[in-house]
Design a protein around this ligand. Structure first.
Ligand code: MN
Length: 207
């Protein structure tokens, strides 16, 4: 039976300083994310028949998961999926704006990069308590800005995330304490727009 595994970071834990500090990255990746993986595997051990399904399948149809492990899969499967995506979205010194088709779509569908940035930041700042803000594609492949509580994924509402910011306190509290807006502002210094643009185009090309 296959088990989910903690993915390696593609950069060293101090590579995102000064915007995200080394200690936060180590705790966030090696402790918080690892716990989601461990708990997801433990839940699926209760229902090994589910191990044949992909993680995205399990999350997108979480209402079909047996009730005794549904909350565990929702929280820990969502946590594993969200964080695995989050690490790919981050890069030290990345391109600071999207390019190609995504740049065009942000202009035509969201009113341009500055409007996108302020709406995304507002969604992140306004997410009450723990959760995420996202740039997603809806069922018609139109861009949407949305938030989810806890470790819920946009996949649970049939949207495909291409960019997300973790606004749980564990993502920023050591460095920023209660200054979530400052963390959000600095997050824009770290976005791997090449990855996000590529993710966007892959979804479009699937039709
Ligand atoms: Mn997190």
């Amino acid at each position: 039976m296959s088990q989910y595994e903690l993915p390696e970071l593609e950069f060293s834990p101090d590579a995102l300083e000064p915007y995200i500090d080394k200690e936060t990255m180590i705790l966030h990746h090696d402790k918080h994310h690892r716990t989601y993986v461990t708990n997801l595997n433990a839940a699926l051990d209760q229902h090994p028949e589910l191990k044949d399904h992909s993680l995205t399948d399990l999350i997108a149809h979480v209402e079909k998961i047996p009730e005794d492990i549904r909350t565990a899969v929702r929280n820990n499967g969502g946590g594993h999926y969200n964080h695995s995506l989050f690490w790919k979205i981050l890069i030290p010194g990345g391109a600071h704006e999207p390019a190609g088709k995504l740049k065009e779509a942000i202009e035509s569908q969201l009113g341009g990069f500055d409007t996108f940035k302020s709406r995304f930041s507002a969604a992140a700042a306004g997410q009450f308590g723990s959760g995420w803000a996202w740039l997603t594609l809806d069922e018609r492949n139109l861009l949407q800005i949305t938030g989810t509580p806890n470790q819920d994924s946009p996949l649970m509402k049939q949207e495909k995330p291409i960019l997300g910011i973790d606004v749980w306190e564990h993502a920023y509290y050591l460095n920023y304490q209660n200054r979530r807006p400052e963390y959000i502002k600095n997050f824009f210094q770290l976005i791997n727009w090449d990855f996000v643009t590529d993710a966007y185009e892959k979804i479009l090309n699937k039709g």
